[in-house]
Design a protein around this ligand. Sequence first.
Ligand SMILES: [Zn+2]
Length: 86
Amino acid sequence: MARHAPALSEPDLELALLRKGVGALQSTRCRCADCGRTPLVGERTYRYARAVVCALCRPLRRGEPEAVELVRHSERGHTVRLRPAA
Ligand SMILES: [Zn+2]
C-alpha cells in the first residue's frame, strides 16, 4: 500500500525553504556579544576571553582584547587567484 505524503502547497514550500536558508546563514554568522549586530566586511572585531565584540561596543569594555580580527568576505578563499608566471 502506497503512503501519501501530506500535501504541501507551493507557497508553504517556498516559505519553508526560505526559513531553512535564513537559519543556515544565521548559524555561521559572527555576532557581537554586546549588541547582537553582525559586523560588516572590513570591520575589526575584538576578541575577549568570553566574547567577540564589534568596533562600536569596544569602548564599553575595559582592558585590552586578546585578539583583533578583520571581518572577511564569505567568498574569501573561494575566488580565483592570480599565480606568478613560472
Ligand atoms: Zn556591538
